[in-house]
Design a protein. Sequence first.
Length: 102
Amino acid sequence: MIIERNVFQLRFGTAKESIQIWKEILDEAKKSNMHTPEIRLLTDISGRAYTLVMEIHLKSFTDINPKNTLWVSSPRFQELYRKFVPLCESAVREYYKIEQLI
């Protein structure tokens, strides 16, 4: 299993609006006809403030392209993402391979 982790550093004071936009994006993903992987949305409790993390659980690297196709082919996703971009200072995407689950 692969975890795609997207870490967004939000602009000061934009967390509430950013979270709402991502909830709308994830709701749209659920409604789509394409297979949507398990996705978690996390916010900071400690550490660097105004951090939003989206984790996507993928079975393998072959699931990355179908997931990306879903994001870029939907006008609604694109509209919501355009709303989000000005609220974000920076972003990092990381991929992790799960070696063991207990």
